[in-house]
Design a protein around this ligand. Sequence first.
Ligand SMILES: C[S@@+](CC[C@H](N)C(=O)[O-])C[C@H]1O[C@@H](n2cnc3c(N)ncnc32)[C@H](O)[C@@H]1O
Length: 329
Amino acid sequence: MLIDTYGRVATDLRVSLTDRCNLRCTYCMPEEGLQWLAKPDLLTDDEIVRLIGLAVTSLGVEEVRFTGGEPLLRPGLVGIVERVAALAPRPQMSLTTNGIGLKRTATALKAAGLDRVNVSLDTLRPDVFKTLTRRDRHKDVLEGLEAARDAGLTPVKVNAVLMPGMNEDEAPDLLAWAVEHGYELRFIEQMPLDAQHGWKREGMVTAGDILASLRTRFELTEEGADERGSAPAERWLVDGGPHRVGVIASVTRPFCRACDRTRLTADGQIRTCLFAREETDLRAALRSGAPDEEVARIWRLAMWGKKAGSGLDDPSFLQPDRPMSAIGG
Ligand SMILES: C[S@@+](CC[C@H](N)C(=O)[O-])C[C@H]1O[C@@H](n2cnc3c(N)ncnc32)[C@H](O)[C@@H]1O
């Protein structure tokens, strides 16, 4: 079990498969100049499957989420999914992606055993998409979303980050569109995880702003705490249901007390939290020939030291050195 000193048990493993991405979202990556991880430093497919296997069979992990960077850029993705699906017990498996390329791979991913996807889409306006992501790929994302739904990678969730002066007015339009297409929309508050370290609390769109904006067009009914469990999103029924909308308010309503996450970076480092400033090196242990029991011991010890909270409200808060793209969002 991956338990910490506050009694939280990590059952949800986020695995970053690459730090590279084919978009350059302003809140995540700079336009250019970000140093990529060197290829020899990346975990191999075998190493990733070994660590996930260990997590699932010996450490109590029940859910695996592949992320990045952009996980669809990892050539071995389908093979990794297939091998994880063959583990006993078989974990729930999902993928967080920008959707570019999903049109081509959704069916193969479903056949390999992937359960569902979260696709990131912040705007319905192609011109805003181009400014926000610095790439002209809006149509590819919409096509990827449809392919995911058609392949049965459901429920398809859509992640949206709102930014002032960019897309902050789009919350109701995004929700109407998501309801119409059968996607579950979740807004994520912008967090201080950009490579440029340019985040400012006073310059972010808060959960309160988002809900107020949605309520101008929809009736929202909050779901009970029981239904939320350890999920980061608070959810509301839209106009009485069955559609729902979620808000992940990591900044203004942190949910650290219920956190059940453990994170593995593409270069084999364990992180206890998105905002952690320390990492624990599992790659070195793997490559020095450590047996599974020793790797599991190191992982357990890392999680035992998980801090109570993200520290975001602490005046001495320092943004992690690595940006979201290299941590794995
Ligand atoms: C880092 S991306 C990685 C997976 C994939 N490339 C994608 O676009 O979903 C995962 C999620 O993190 C979100 N994200 C990135 N930087 C963020 C930030 N500074 N604050 C909040 N969310 C962020 C993205 O919008 C996306 O939904």
